[in-house]
Design a protein around this ligand. Structure first.
Ligand code: PLP
Length: 416
């Protein structure tokens, strides 16, 4: 059991709340940077290693800028995300465009930016050619189907809508080669939030084998493999982070055996983790508004599922800390709930906590990824502010809270 710690104190948060009322997400810059450096250091043996931060995990420009400063590119999957990347100064191969069911306007923007386009399906080859023209470099997304198990979050690859079959991969690379594509990449993403390091090693092995086979059969040169995102984070206190050094060493062994021995190096290794980069360094801070005792005991907070959908959507565990009660015995059991008129608006079910009082500040851990970014306005709920706890200890507001005016901005009452 590792103790889940916080990068701030109760009195710091009380001071912040005076200026920025709860709920809000707060991110720990120091933690983000230290983790990024650790990841890059572990993979420094590979020339041109890069993690493309998956923007969908957290599209806040300040956080993406931190990732950029730590050497990352961006992994986008929509027009809006591409424009966000453009505004932040990402260009060309600093952008990976891993989309699916893509509209041609999105391909056109990706092409205009010089992004690496990662094709999700064979049919998109002619679609891309027709609407944007084929680029010099192209990446193909593989779905191994029954050959891999996947995991709970992304499901069995055979049931997953992403990527193409091996046969299609061959045909796609061949057609692209014949049409003048010069540079190739290979991508897959078969697991999500996976803490088992072996699953990620297996993905690398699978892609290396494919590179060997495709290079030989088609006479094309692969420049990179993109192992996808999906490295998990320890949401639960009893879980452990993936060991980057072990992962890197295992991949290095396979690289030697499969890539170097077949004289297919240099082959860059890319990743597109999002959760791993920001997830553990975000916290949703909320205040206890009510307590309710009926058939179960409820703690009602001022945040709701609109601020963090993962528990309601996936039944995901997020650790909770009552500020100032970190060391009190957890001998009460509560459902911690938000105010949506939906019974899955629960941040925790049957959670053991110290005795909660109205006015307590409750911190929900690991909300950096798929927290704010999955927000919505259902039930007239508004998205919260986002704050950055900077490395120097100061606080910066990196997104204001939505207002009632924002809610009404897309409506026009004049036509009524
Ligand atoms: C969601 C996604 C990622 C990032 O996944 P994480 O779990 O945040 O690492 C990477 N690539 C693709 C194609 C995705 O859809």
């Amino acid at each position: 059991m590792t103790q889940k710690t916080l990068p701030f104190t109760k009195s710091q948060i009380e001071k912040i709340i005076k200026e920025y009322p709860t709920p809000f997400h707060i991110y720990d810059e120091k933690g983000i940077r230290e983790n990024a450096k650790k990841l890059y250091k572990a993979f420094s043996w590979i020339e041109g290693f890069k993690n493309y931060f998956a923007v969908k995990a957290n599209p806040n420009p300040y956080l993406i800028k931190i990732a950029k400063e730590e050497g990352m590119g961006v992994d986008c999957s929509s027009l809006t995300e591409l424009i966000l990347a453009e505004k932040l100064g990402f260009r060309d191969e600093e952008i990976m465009f891993s989309s699916n069911e893509t509209h041609f306007r999105e391909f056109q923007k990706a092409k205009q930016l010089g992004a690496i386009i990662n094709l999700d399906d064979i049919s998109l080859l002619s679609y891309l050619e027709k609407h944007a023209g084929l680029p010099e470099i192209l990446c193909f997304r593989y779905n191994p189907g029954p050959l891999r198990e996947g995991n709970r979050f992304i499901g069995n690859p055979k049931e997953a809508k992403f990527g193409m079959t091996k046969k299609q991969l061959f045909d796609g690379c061949k057609t692209a080669r014949d049409k003048g594509v010069k540079r190739f990449g290979l991508h897959t993403m078969v697991v999500s939030n996976e803490l088992d390091v072996n699953a990620h090693v297996e993905t690398a092995a699978m892609l290396f084998d494919l590179v060997v086979e495709l290079s030989k059969k088609l006479g094309i040169k692969f420049e990179f493999v993109n192992l996808g995102g999906g490295i998990g984070i320890p949401y639960k206190p009893e879980q452990k982070s993936v060991d980057y050094i072990f992962l890197s060493k295992e991949i290095k062994k396979l690289y030697g055996k499969k890539i170097v021995e077949n004289k297919l190096n240099p082959l860059r290794i890319l990743m597109e983790n999002g959760r791993l980069i920001i997830g553990p360094y975000g916290y949703l801070v909320t205040t206890v508004l009510h307590k309710k005792e009926i058939y179960k005991n409820y703690v009602g907070v001022d945040a709701c599922m609109a601020n963090l959908m993962r528990p309601g959507m996936y039944g995901a565990y997020h650790h909770e800390t009552i500020l100032g009660k970190e060391n009190k015995p957890k001998n009460y059991t509560y459902d911690v709930v938000g105010s949506l008129c939906e019974n899955n608006d629960k941040f925790a079910i049957d959670r053991k906590l110290p005795k909660v009082e109205i006015g307590d500040i409750l911190v929900i851990h690991d909300t950096g990824a798929h927290g704010y970014s999955m927000g919505f306005q259902y039930n007239g709920k508004l998205r919260s502010a986002e704050l950055l706890l900077k490395s120097d200890g100061s606080i910066k507001k990196i997104r204001r809270a939505e207002t009632i005016d924002d809610y009404f901005a897309t409506l026009d009452f004049k036509g009524l």
